[in-house]
Ligand binder design. Structure first.
Ligand code: AMP
Ligand code: MG
Length: 490
């Protein structure tokens, strides 16, 4: 297609310009035979990118970084990070490039970023590549998260490179094009702080304020306000993960954004049976990032952010500690308010009305968690079936629990509060990217059949409205699915 189709979009180089010390201009590795596997037409259009153009040979080359649009300066971003508690002073985009920023149809500035585009100066021992399975996995799960109204990076496309990549076996290589409100990480601040370049740290914070929290600029202490905004955004985000049963799997500080979007889908998974100790990552042997630990680890990461930001909060670092600690202390309350109000809605009950029902609702939430723990009960299906119970159809949810006498007593207390089934169906998804479905879609796709993946995407990108023909997407995993593990080093 024509260059005209492309020229409707300008790739800016704001990050590369304002934070040159964190940006290494770099080029993607040549993909021998790029082939588009999946394209997010709607997202492309929101960005002003013509899907027809992106399907053209030049467009596909753009999506792997081999056609650099006029004016764009692809860069690899530098960052540091605590990985499983241990500090790495230099991580950075080892296999990724920021193409630049574009403005979407709502006037929002968004990063377009490639993952799997070849070695960069940050690659260390890595090959700079990604493979089809995990990139499609990120595509499915991130788009599902977005459709669940959970802040997240988005997926624009996955392109197979035509190159075989060495993992345990030889696997087909791929590049994921993703879109984010930025790729600023807690680790970006850790890196800037470690350079001891006070001006760089300040420019990074100013960049973050102007892109994500412009109101912080008007606060008495803008940098303390920035920190507080990140604390709030992360408290809200992790509460939302918990409410849908999402386990991120690798909450290192380099995988935690300043914007409050979920980022870096690696060994992540939605739990089937409710299990606070759920871990799906083969490398998380200690269960550091288990389901129930996520709020605690988010708070731990935010403490690392606070340390990095201390010189901004007060010239006298001793004096910076107390206000930073006070802001960080707010995390627990904000998290638990977000979680409680989300759980209350999942039960179809009103919250925050100041009525006497609030205490009753809160004890119903506690007891519901007890019932789930006594399970095994499929977490997603339990709440969806409870919505049916709110409409008088008790059988599906009653069939899920073992201790019926206790459950019936709970149901009676719950029904007395007149749960709202419409509210329940708007917050309790029917369709999530269940592990067995994701695996099925990925193995078909790896064999060249994109049908199952497209069907799964259809289900999970409209998760709240039950549709005929999609029954099997609502079911828990087959009994022979076993215990699920995903593998890092993807
Ligand atoms: P992740 O666990 O995917 O968040 O990655 C952690 C760090 O390892 C980041 O700095 C990545 O850029 C880098 N990395 C992961 N896989 C590769 C790879 N195959 N080649 C080069 N760098 C990689
Ligand atoms: Mg990462």
């Amino acid at each position: 297609m024509t260059a005209a189709a492309e020229s409707t979009v300008t790739f800016g180089g704001l990050f590369a310009r304002e934070l040159a010390e964190l940006a290494v201009p770099w080029q993607a590795e040549e993909a021998p035979s790029p082939a588009l596997l999946v394209l997010n037409d709607k997202l492309a259009m929101d960005l002003g990118l013509d899907p027809q153009y992106l399907r053209s040979p030049e467009g596909v080359r753009l999506l792997v970084g081999n056609h650099v649009p006029a004016g764009a300066t692809p860069v690899a971003q530098a960052y540091a990070g605590h990985q499983f508690g241990g500090y790495s002073p230099l991580l950075g985009d080892g296999r990724a490039l920021l193409l630049g920023e574009v403005t979407d149809h709502n006037g929002r500035l968004l990063d377009v970023h490639l993952k799997g585009s070849g070695r960069t100066p940050f690659a260390r021992a890595g090959d700079g590549r990604a493979v089809v399975g995990p990139m499609l996995r990120e595509y499915i799960v991130s788009e599902a998260m977005h459709s669940l109204h959970i802040p997240t990076t988005r997926s624009l496309a996955v392109v197979a490179t035509g190159r075989q990549v060495r993992r345990d076996d030889m696997l087909p290589g791929a590049v994921l094009a993703r879109v984010a409100s930025s790729h600023l990480r807690v680790g970006s601040f850790q890196y800037a702080r470690a350079t001891e370049n006070a001006d760089l740290l300040k420019r990074l914070a100013d960049h973050a304020i102007s892109r994500h929290y412009p109101r912080a600029a008007d606060a008495a202490n803008p940098y303390l306000a920035l920190f507080g905004s990140v604390v709030s955004a992360q408290a809200e985000l992790v509460a939302r993960w918990m409410l849908v049963g999402f386990v991120h799997g690798v909450m290192n500080t380099d995988n935690m954004t300043i914007s409050g979007e979920t980022i870096d889908y690696g060994p992540c998974a939605f739990m089937d049976a409710f299990n606070p100790e759920a871990v799906y990552s083969s490398i998380d042997v200690g269960g550091r990032y288990a389901y129930a630990n996520q709020p605690v680890l988010a708070e731990w990461n935010l403490a690392r952010l606070a340390e990095a930001m201390l010189p901004l909060i007060d010239e006298d670092q001793e004096k910076a500690v107390a206000p930073a600690v006070e802001v960080l202390r707010g995390f627990r309350g904000q998290y638990s308010r977000a979680w409680t109000s989300g759980m209350t809605a999942k039960l179809g009950l009103k919250s925050g009305g100041g009525t006497g029902d609030e205490a009753a609702a809160s004890s119903l939430v506690d007891d519901a968690i007890g019932i789930l723990k006594d399970g095994p009960v499929d977490y997603t299906l339990f709440f969806r079936n409870l919505g049916k119970a709110a409409r008088g159809e008790l059988r599906p949810v009653r069939a899920m629990v073992l201790d019926l006498a206790a459950f019936d007593a709970w149901l009676e207390r719950w029904q007395a509060l007149q749960p709202d089934p419409e509210l329940m169906d708007s917050v309790n998804p029917a369709y999530i990217p269940r592990n067995n479905l994701v695996e099925e879609a990925l193995s078909a796709a790896t064999g060249g059949d994109m049908g199952p993946l497209q069907q799964l995407l259809e289900a999970v990108t409209d998760p709240f409205s039950e549709r005929p023909g999609l029954e099997r997407y609502m079911q828990g995993p087959p009994e022979d699915f076993g215990s699920y593990m995903t593998f890092c080093g993807t």
